[in-house]
Design a protein around this ligand. Sequence first.
Ligand SMILES: NC(=O)c1ccc[n+]([C@@H]2O[C@H](COP(=O)([O-])OP(=O)(O)OC[C@H]3O[C@@H](n4cnc5c(N)ncnc54)[C@H](O)[C@@H]3O)[C@@H](O)[C@H]2O)c1
Length: 478
Amino acid sequence: MQADDLGRRAVLVGMAASAAAVAGRVSAATGAPRRYVQVGVGSRARMYQDAIWGPHKAHAELVGICDTNAGRLALAGRRAAQAGARPPKAYAAADFRRMIDELKPDGLIVTTPDVTHVDYIVRGLDAGLDVITEKPMTTDAAKTQAIIDACKRNNRHVRVNFNYRYAPYRSQVKRLLMSGAIGDVLSVDFHWLLNTVHGADYFRRWHSQKPISGGLMVHKATHHFDLVNWWLSDMPVSVDATGKRDFYTPEMARRMGLSGPHDRCLTCTEKTKCSFYLDLAADPGLKALFLDNEALDGYHRDRCVWRPDISIEDTMNVIVGYAGGTTLSYSLNAFNAWEGYHVAFNGTKGRLEHSVVESGGTAGAAERASRDVVTTRIIPMRGTPQIITPDEGAGGHGGGDAVMLADIFDPGHAPDPLLRMADERAGAASCLVGIAANRCFQTKKQVQIVDLVTGLGRPDQPRMPPHSGPVPMPIKRA
Ligand SMILES: NC(=O)c1ccc[n+]([C@@H]2O[C@H](COP(=O)([O-])OP(=O)(O)OC[C@H]3O[C@@H](n4cnc5c(N)ncnc54)[C@H](O)[C@@H]3O)[C@@H](O)[C@H]2O)c1
């Protein structure tokens, strides 16, 4: 069965839904390229730069960049020249305001570490800019409130880029749910696995400090909670959770035969014995971005994953209650043998199962793949299971990044019936689940989302079928 068959009705439903009015969407009106500044020019920043200097150069121009690290600013300038673009004017982070005043941009792209987003988002909004931010929108309830208030004060939305929505096979899942194929979704089982290549990397970088990243519940799971919020077109209301760090610990280093944790890989005296050793110098990209510039800010990209000062969890279990009555059972594990996820939607007419083994999940030979291995199937309550041919795309994050970049920068991009362009309401609805989970880890008590912030509106979401019709009757026994 092709998803298109099931999805046609969903598209019509979605077309009828209200259009998302999200700041950052380029206007087709003037024809002149929109002028952007970007704060934070590390790894993720490059996706936006490459889009602006490449496929979207007719529509967008990067006029200014801002960062705490002068070396990375200089590197970004050299990359612009290599791409044949005019190098953007570089500003120190302390001169952010001067950058806005001098360059008078149309838009701001925020690609700094998570805890710093709020400051730039609010200053951008107050300066009258269209603000586009990377996920997670922010890291705690007070910062979420500050963004909600700044949006209201300025009568603007912030665009929060949830690229996971745009992966063709996840968009397909949304269309299948909207088609009513499995009826009303009563519960969701969602399990995300990070392996010891990508997963371990969170424990080396700034992400390992909860005050900076919000922990994996916020930094990473914001993608996943947003997917469920959007897949269901619903709002989370309650969160129960438990979390612990049991793998990336000094004790585990000793169990692996090391004398204990070290400070960083570069100076480690046991690098030949540690299978988590990262050689920054051997990777030209990491060397140019981080190793060559670490004397300027003291940031080490290769901290020991066994350090005692790590303050994030590696094992997390969460139960979320939704306004519409659906319940979500979610887990995140950061030391797994492969990387990817299983999600299952239990509906009144059947079950939708969707799983992805990510191509980057290199730990287990049996699971090794040169591209994402996607499996989607519908098991009707009464009937034969149907294998769905997955929609595919090319490029970063399952092909989602390219679709999202067109949605951001291309004024001719068609209206999106799936309303994948998210704003601060969806950004908050997602990061608040992780923020609530972090609170549960400490208090062991259920958290109500409504107790975390005030004035959070419901995001624009595609309309689901009003009801799924009769539930299949039980099979009559002779
Ligand atoms: N959507 C995705 O799939 C995805 C993937 C990777 C990263 N991200 C997000 O992108 C953001 C950046 O992550 P990254 O991996 O590029 O990190 P990074 O460490 O590679 O880069 C961060 C940059 O910000 C700069 N910086 C730090 N503090 C600053 C401050 N106060 N003001 C200005 N600049 C500052 C650093 O010097 C560095 O150049 C994060 O919010 C992260 O969650 C999203």
